[in-house]
Write a protein that binds this ligand. Structure first.
Ligand SMILES: NC(=O)c1ccc[n+]([C@@H]2O[C@H](COP(=O)([O-])OP(=O)(O)OC[C@H]3O[C@@H](n4cnc5c(N)ncnc54)[C@H](O)[C@@H]3O)[C@@H](O)[C@H]2O)c1
Length: 248
């Protein structure tokens, strides 16, 4: 049974048209929240919103674009009057390439979406959360951000940046009743893995002590906890959803 502890709460989930973000949106909606599926792929976001039901919003969003981020937050505020939860989930893996062959374009693309996007979306919700004197931000980092995966430098660095950004933002708002946390999943079965080379997939799965890929719903359950008042004494943390992979 999913606890209905998000009734009357509102949540923006970035990159929620598919994969982990979609599972998070479904989970938070099942817990009673009104959710915004904010994604680059508006058509797919609409499909997901329809699946969730009448209260779900589908909004076009490029998290790397400050103006569009502000528009999305404004639209949610106009519709709901408040934003209780932000889940920074949108992310890309980028090209599988060694640092010696990495281009500036490869680097900028991944850092802009994964790390700058997390900054821009978090910054945009702080003002309404301060007005409400309440808020929860959960960002999706990755085990790659703790360990540093070979041939995935921009991705690993962007996720390490999210873990550090989480600690900074949490410390800046300790007295404002705004909690900021992140999670670091290991390999989760989603469309994102379609672009990962089979050898890289095998290598990453072999590092998971539970011996299998995780499911998006298993990630969503941890995000739900961190977004809810059940986690009222938890801030500035990185929770692993990694099948036992991380040792710290
Ligand atoms: N799948 C895994 O194994 C895994 C492991 C660790 C962390 N993660 C992280 O989880 C998050 C979700 O991953 P997923 O596997 O569901 O990926 P996915 O590719 O299935 O979904 C990502 C979603 O983000 C959207 N998106 C991409 N760029 C965007 C942008 N600029 N603005 C807004 N939306 C954008 C896409 O349209 C898509 O709907 C990512 O941050 C990823 O790094 C995934």
């Amino acid at each position: 049974m999913i606890p209905k502890n998000l009734t009357n709460r509102t949540a923006i989930i970035t990159g929620a048209a598919q994969g982990i973000g979609k599972a998070i949106a479904i989970r938070l909606a099942e817990a009673g929240a009104r959710v915004a599926i904010a994604d680059l792929n508006l058509e797919k976001a609409r499909e997901t919103a329809r699946e969730i039901g009448i209260d779900a919003l589908a909004l076009p969003l490029d998290v790397a674009n400050a103006e569009r981020v502000q528009n999305t937050v404004d639209e949610c505020l106009n519709t709901w009057g408040r934003i209780d939860i932000l889940v920074n989930n949108a992310g890309i893996v980028g090209r599988d390439v060694l640092v010696k062959d990495l281009t500036e374009g490869d680097w900028d693309q991944v850092l802009d979406i994964n790390l700058k996007g997390t900054f821009l979306c978090s910054r945009a919700v702080i003002a309404p959360m301060l007005n409400q004197k309440k808020g929860a931000i959960v960002s999706v980092a990755s085990i790659a951000g703790k360990e540093g995966n070979p041939s995935m430098a921009p991705y690993s660095v962007s996720k390490a940046g999210i873990i550090c950004f989480t600690k900074v933002l949490a410390k800046e708002h300790l007295e404002d009743n705004i909690r900021v946390n992140c999670i670091s999943p290991a390999l989760i079965e989603t469309p994102l893995l379609a672009d990962v080379e089979p050898e890289q997939l095998d290598y990453m799965t072999s590092k998971i002590p539970l011996g299998r890929l995780g499911q998006p719903e298993e990630v969503a359950a941890v995000v739900h906890f961190l977004a809810s008042d059940d986690a009222s004494f938890v801030t500035g943390q990185c929770y692993d959803v990694s099948g036992g992979r991380a040792t710290y």
